[in-house]
Design a protein. Structure first.
Length: 293
């Protein structure tokens, strides 16, 4: 398979129409159709269902689309890395981030580095720990900021200053809002929203076997989206403090759990990883910034 043909296929998948894709790619429709048919022949699978209004991906086509996006992301990242080898005033750094107020330390570090490397471009991908670590393992990002202890056999790490405090997000008009903190008994029978990672790893640390008695109504991997559900009366959200607005102008409030439950954050990178010059500079700046905390 040629990268050029994979880019052709991906554009068709995005457009859902061969004619539109041909216009975007500046190739003729017959030539584009021929390339895709040859790709189907090479793979021995039908990739597209052709209809009167356009094309749809087959199951095999959807699999190839996912693989193609990963392949092209890696190729483009590699090309940019080589372009940056001789230019340490700039370059691209790819970072995966779990949600936490501690990301402010990353922002401060990048701001400091941009004073000497004004052409630095950063790309942040948000997700839970499992999602960002997967991208790190596949080589799609340089660093991952995670909220669970790193696997020391695979990664080097720095601990981020501070901790994340767990609590309950609810409407200010809720009776539980009158309490200074929330015990596990307060959660009995409530419709709870939480990250899947938090419900599996953190909440059991807090309440042990009583976690099995809690009613999980739904999971989210972005606190803001969960807060919208809370506003709409779909339940209460277990989450970190400082992720959403619970100030005077908000209809929501945060009450910490009792006993206190806290989660640390780490930045990790693969062992024996070879960094681009700009990524190496960022790592050194992170080490410098965190030593000052």
């Amino acid at each position: 398979m040629e990268l050029r043909v994979l880019r052709y296929f991906l554009e068709i998948a995005r457009c859902g129409n061969i004619s539109k894709a041909a216009q975007t790619l500046h190739v003729s429709q017959p030539a584009l159709s021929k390339q895709i048919k040859e790709l189907e022949t090479d793979l021995g699978k039908k990739l597209l269902r052709r209809g009167s209004s356009g094309v749809e991906l087959t199951d095999e086509g959807m699999l190839l689309r996912k693989r193609t996006e990963d392949i092209l992301d890696m190729v483009d990242k590699t090309v940019n890395e080589f372009k940056a080898l001789d230019d340490i005033t700039g370059g691209e750094v790819h970072i995966g981030c779990a949600e936490s107020y501690q990301i402010k330390y990353l922002a401060r570090t990048i701001k400091a580095l941009k004073e000497s490397c004004p052409l630095l471009t950063y790309h942040l991908t948000s997700g839970n720990t499992e999602q960002v670590v997967e991208r790190l393992d596949r080589g799609l990002i340089d660093f991952a900021f995670i909220v669970e202890p790193p696997e020391l056999s695979k990664y080097n790490y720095l601990k981020i200053p501070g901790t994340n405090v767990w609590g309950l997000i609810m409407k200010k008009t809720d009776p539980l809002a009158d309490k200074p903190h929330i015990c596990v008994e307060d959660l009995t029978g409530l419709e709870l929203i939480c990250s899947d990672q938090g419900m599996k790893n953190d909440i059991p640390r807090w309440c042990g076997e009583k976690a099995d008695e809690l009613k999980l109504s739904g999971t989210v991997n972005l606190a803001y989206n969960g807060s919208v559900f809370v506003k709409e009366g779909l339940g209460y959200m277990l989450s970190f403090d400082s992720l959403i607005n619970t100030g005077e102008d908000s209809e929501l409030c945060f009450r910490p759990l009792y006993p206190a439950l806290e989660t640390d954050m780490y930045v990790i990178w693969k062992k024996y990883q070879v960094f681009t010059p700009i990524a190496e500079l960022l790592l050194n700046e992170l080490k410098t910034q965190f030593r000052q905390k």
